[in-house]
Design a protein around this ligand. Structure first.
Ligand SMILES: [Zn+2]
Length: 420
């Protein structure tokens, strides 16, 4: 029985008994003759991140005969925090960040130190098999450059665009690959490495990256929001992601703010994303300018081409004091505040971290947003919450994939398989 088999046996025991086996039960489970052998296994499991040390007493805490189960002892499966034990060793974590325009593979550790990172462009229309081949080559190249053997990887984390199914390990319908349906990404990657593979959607993964590596790392109650083409969110409370029973936890972009609002890509009307997603804002703006034959600096900022209007052109025109741009910006920040206020009211987080536009246009977004929040949430949760731009710009892709690996190891230690 190798270590993976033993972990599997422990998980089965835990699922059945809702606790971990005690030492005597482990003797029987693994056919060991001495408790010392059990103790050595426990230490290996701690080092591999499957068990955590609850106190410094781990080495001096052999269990008594018939004593309580492992979980009640100083050594136990990680609970609640999703934190890995400090094993004193840098783990070899492979991060795979699958994106709409590019994918990246990196090799790093649990501190977010990245040794190697490589990217490849997305190929529109590429079939999943060809994608798999290119990804495999990239994985090999990264391992080679980092001088790491595939066998010595501790875990792999995949961050990928939703909708996806974590338990099934599948990308269901990635938005930028219209032909892809039910792509078994977990199986694909598992075939490339000999390490546990974990998967989560990109917005959840970014929230985890903020918890582990961001300027405000360590905060256990946070909301991460990003507004680029569409929007994404990850919600963490008590150190754990709100995953939901069908992986829809944190899909806040489809909270309906107004039934009479614009039609959303999801089929409903007035979803939050229709008001604050970059593509939606730009499309509505283009239509409005065309229909009214409006003269505005927004068009000039888009190079004179209405078709090229985007959030950048809008914010540039706001800086020039263009009346239409100012009106649209006010509507945008108001809807931003409405959604964020609702989330603060419901989740009562310690911090809300904003990506993309809040980073690039910090001075335009943050003051307007904070001024409007009090319309949408009580002062009590508002005053307890900071709303800040992300500090991880540029690195968040790689870090989010590593964060999925770390969470996966910590969750696996809790006996909950986060992979298919
Ligand atoms: Zn929607």
């Amino acid at each position: 029985m190798n270590l993976d088999d033993k972990v599997a046996a422990l998980r089965m025991f835990q699922q059945r008994e809702r606790r971990l086996p005690g030492y005597n039960e482990m003797l029987e489970l693994f056919g060991y003759r001495s408790k010392n052998a059990v103790h050595k296994l426990v230490l290996r499991l701690v080092e591999a991140g499957y068990l955590i040390k609850r106190s410094h007493k781990i080495a001096a805490a052999p269990l008594l005969e018939g004593g309580p189960a492992l979980a009640e002892q100083p050594i136990g499966f990680a609970k609640g925090g999703g934190q890995l034990p400090d094993s004193g060793r840098a783990l070899n974590l492979l991060g795979i960040d699958i994106g709409g325009t590019k994918s990246a593979v990196c090799l790093g550790n649990q501190k977010g130190e990245i040794r190697v990172t490589r990217r490849m462009p997305a190929m529109p229309g590429e079939d999943p098999r060809a994608f798999k081949r290119r990804l495999h080559e990239l994985v090999r190249a990264v391992l080679e450059q980092a001088e790491i053997k595939a066998e010595t990887l501790d875990a792999v984390g995949i961050s990928a665009p939703g909708p996806l199914s974590v338990p099934r390990g599948m990308l269901l319908a990635p938005p930028n690959n219209p032909g892809w349906r039910d792509v078994p990404i977990f199986k694909m990657v598992s075939g490339m490495v000999k390490a546990p593979v974990f998967l989560n959607n990109d917005a959840n993964a970014c929230a985890l990256a903020e918890m582990y590596f961001g300027e405000n790392r360590g905060i256990q109650s946070l909301i991460y929001l990003t507004f680029s083409t569409g929007m994404g969110a990850g919600i963490i409370t008590n150190g754990r992601l709100v995953q939901g029973i069908t992986d829809c936890g944190g899909e806040v972009g489809h909270m309906v703010l107004d039934l009479h609002g614009p039609r959303c890509g999801c089929g409903n009307f007035g979803c939050w994303e229709t008001y604050v997603g970059g593509r939606n804002v730009a499309e509505r703006l283009k239509a409005r300018i065309r229909a009214g034959g409006l003269k505005t600096a927004i068009v000039e900022q888009a190079g004179g081409d209405v078709d090229k209007i985007d959030m950048k052109a809008l914010s540039a025109a706001v800086r020039l004091g263009d009346p239409l741009a100012l009106e649209e910006w006010a509507a945008f920040t108001d809807r931003l505040a409405q959604g964020i206020g609702a989330l603060i009211q419901v989740i009562n987080p310690e911090i809300v971290i904003l990506g993309t536009i809040a980073i690039h246009e910090r001075d335009l977004v943050m003051p307007a947003l904070t001024a409007k929040l009090s319309k949408y949430a009580w002062n009590w949760p508002l005053h307890a919450c900071r709303v800040v731009p992300s500090s991880l710009e540029g690195r968040i892709g790689d870090l989010s994939a590593l964060a999925v690996a770390i969470t996966g190891l910590a969750e696996a230690g809790r006996g909950k398989a986060l992979h298919a």
